[in-house]
Design a protein around this ligand. Structure first.
Ligand code: PLP
Ligand code: COI
Length: 341
């Protein structure tokens, strides 16, 4: 398979149009068979549910080229089930989970020329999403929906690659109200745009969001969950019903315990205990594990001992093990790797 002429080592996290995308439509209570299309544009009625009441949900996962040249993706069944949860919360029909995985495979295979080679530093980001398509003017769910998947090759999510970033404690909440924080819905991300622009304007890479009720507990960032390493080498990660249940975080909890023999604590994390941790990182599909060197809480700086030059040693081990599993150099737990080609 001849690859596209792309400078894989120097791409950032952006959109690059690929040749094929997947589309399936829901009408009269059922999904059609779905197909690949070359048309990247969507034409919808001006009154479509997605435009009026933001009835849209999405997912994010990646495809990787392994050391022996296979193309695989990581735990797509968990993205399928999280998309189903997101859809239910926004009164949308569920796209069948087995069909989700098949559609991911189909669209990645069709765009094989855009799957970055092993060792290039880039991966193929896969974006499944779903929206209400028919006109709705009273506040109610749509009757018709479109499920689509496009792919785009991506590099590191944060500028500077693996260099530690500085983040701020935000005065805003990440998610839209009414307990939607645990789902991946467009409305949550729309509500976070002002906060991310504010943080960037002030020179920070991301926001640390706190629990809205007490503003004393750590939740997550705009696009990733937190992991912390204690001075005695435990992995601590915030537990909250209002953060996105990150597949990367759930996987890292297993990696830490089963591969690295670490103790893992999934619990509430107080803002006041941040200065006790040795290392901090952001984990997610896009972020992989991005080290955090400093957190600024309204003028008070919390600097982690791992510093601003490189990843801390324990986060590095987690990173190497997780990416080793994803790229096929370390044996994966049963069912984690889905072979595509
Ligand atoms: N939290 C938020 C708000 C996200 O957007 C993401 C990315 O999907 C994550 C966490 C990480 O989730 P995952 O590891 O499943 O990609
Ligand atoms: C992901 O990691 O897949 C995300 O959705 C994060 C971000 C791009 C919003």
């Amino acid at each position: 398979m001849e690859k596209k002429n792309i400078d894989w080592g120097n791409i950032g996290f952006g959109y690059m149009q690929s040749d094929y995308r997947y589309v399936s439509c829901y009408k009269d209570g059922k999904w059609d068979d779905g197909q690949l299309t070359t048309d990247p544009n969507i034409t919808l009625n001006e009154c479509a549910g997605v435009f009026q009441y933001a009835q849209t949900v999405f997912e994010g996962l990646k495809a990787y080229t392994t050391e022996d040249g296979k193309i695989v993706c990581f735990r797509p069944d968990l993205n399928a089930s999280r998309l189903a949860d997101s859809a239910k919360r926004l009164e949308m029909p569920v796209f069948p989970e087995d069909r989700f995985v098949e559609a991911v495979k189909q669209v990645v295979k069709a765009n094989e020329a855009m799957v970055p080679p092993y060792g290039s530093g880039a991966t193929l980001y896969i974006r499944p999403y779903m929206m209400g398509t028919n006109p709705v003017i009273g506040v109610k769910p749509a009757d018709e929906y479109m499920f689509r998947i496009f792919v785009t090759p991506v590099g590191p999510y944060f500028k500077g690659g693996a260099k530690p970033i500085t983040i701020k404690v935000s005065d805003f909440d990440r998610a839209a109200p009414h307990g939607t924080g645990h789902i991946k819905a467009g409305l949550n991300y729309a509500m976070s745009l002002h906060a991310i622009v504010t943080a960037h304007d002030e020179g920070y890479a991301e926001n640390m969001y706190l629990d809205p009720a007490t503003r004393s507990k750590v939740e997550e960032t705009g696009g990733a969950n937190f992991i912390f390493i204690t001075k005695d080498g435990k992995l601590v990660t915030p537990k909250s019903d209002s953060i996105l249940p990150s597949i990367t975080r759930r996987s890292l909890m297993v990696v830490a315990e089963k591969y690295l023999g670490m103790e893992v604590e999934h619990r509430e994390v107080a803002l006041s205990e941040l200065s006790d941790f040795a290392e901090c990182g952001l984990c997610g599909t896009a972020a992989v594990i991005s080290p955090v060197g400093k957190i600024v809480d309204h003028g008070k700086e919390i600097c982690f001992p791992s510093g601003m030059d490189e990843m801390g040693p324990t986060i590095k081990k987690l990173y190497d093990t997780l990416t080793g599993i994803q790229m096929g150099t370390i044996e994966a737990p049963e069912g984690w790797i889905c072979e595509i080609a």
